[in-house]
Design a protein. Sequence first.
Length: 182
Amino acid sequence: MKEKIILAWSSGKDSAMALRGLQNSARYDIVALLSTVTQDYQRVSMHGVRKELLLLQARSIGLPIEIVYIPKNSDNQEYEQRMLKVLLGFKDQGVNLVAFGDIFLEGIREYREANLAKAGMRGVFPLWKQDTFVLARAFIEQGFKAFITCVDAQVMDKRFSGRLYDWDLLDELPEGIDPCGE
């Protein structure tokens, strides 16, 4: 019997690759996507993608999406309370697992696992410690499409913002820039 799982959906390429990994596994039954949207802007908190696009992504994937609305000036405590309420609702439906598209950031993983434990749930990290060059190539080869929505202008030229994530972009990345943005 498959384990019920929800996927934390940031609307980005790492979430898409994590979804593909879960779909290719005979172990999981993906019951929903879970996203946070900044209430005041109606945009995905992580990437700034408009809520309308987020809903179109979920529809094209064929999964329901649960949106946790976070006020623009909320602190971690408010975020955690809102998220816990939603997670407990999934827990009541027999969901014990939440998947994330995280690759390397240990502190983020520890934070997620600690918060999931409060709900009696566990994290699944299908991309964890994978080679980001391999993931970037697989993303493009498997036909996914993405655009760079933001860059850290102190690390990378702003001209990369708005670019299609393709072979040309990967070839032009400055040395030291991770192809998955890690």
